[in-house]
Design a protein around this ligand. Sequence first.
Ligand code: GLV
Length: 303
Amino acid sequence: MTLLLIGPSERGRVWRQIFDEAGEPMVFGEDAVDDPKAVSHLACWNPSDDLGRYPNLKTVISVGAGVDQMPPMPQGVALVRTLAPSVDEMVRDWVLMATLMLYRDMPRYLAQASEGEWRAHPPQRASAGRVGIMGLGRIGRAVAEVAGALGFDVAGWSRSGAPVAGVDVYGPDDLEPFLARTDLLICLLPLTDETRGLLSSRVFAMLPRGAALVHAGRGAQLDMEAMRAALDDGHLKSAMLDVTEPEPLPKDHWAWQDPRVIVTPHIGGQTDSEEGARHALAVIRASRTGDDLPGLVHGKKGY
Ligand code: GLV
């Protein structure tokens, strides 16, 4: 039984070395599969092939943090997402960069800079700002920790409503009070049936006037036209997006030109290949011993 890795050749090279050292069989690329029946684990971003081609498949491992790009799993196949500190750290840093950029008015200063305009607006201290994080998973908690250390007043909104140290946590039924106290809304939610389209005119209207949006969840959670309307009526001041629908965002999309919006091309985080390979080895071992698979996606929750 073997793991099949589909992905760029550089990732293949790193995984090959780590799997060889660990004495675990691995095949790189679908063309290299001699016997589909021998494939027990598949690691990829998005399988190009029909998963039914591998009748003995036990697990599919998403090489990223998200799994929304995956097709439905065949009966009996577990879906796992990679747990990699590299991604948690990188996305945390992107989110904090974006939060500080919006808080300190960078969209406005970038627009002024393009006109060579030297004009100051009153700056604010972090301790006067209220950050609200939607999604308190590994990344959300990492963001909360640093935002709190910077002095922001930090709240979170999560499905479980479970307590997180230093964070004022709101449960699913408390969206309105959560938004009402949030000047900087950060979305880090996974894409599920419940979160698709969540960032809507209804949500923007519940934020205080002049709030800002940092979006590093998934593009399909954001209604871009509702965001535009909220920017136009001044309800939202600015937004920074690392995810869009579709991706890539078309060249002629209004958001590229809008001085109130900064778009980056989904560069928040990328799994370090070595960490990804080591996580896959841990999944294979757990699957062999019957232990809990690290990063197992719970079908009903969708993450
Ligand atoms: C990136 O968006 C990922 O899911 O890893």
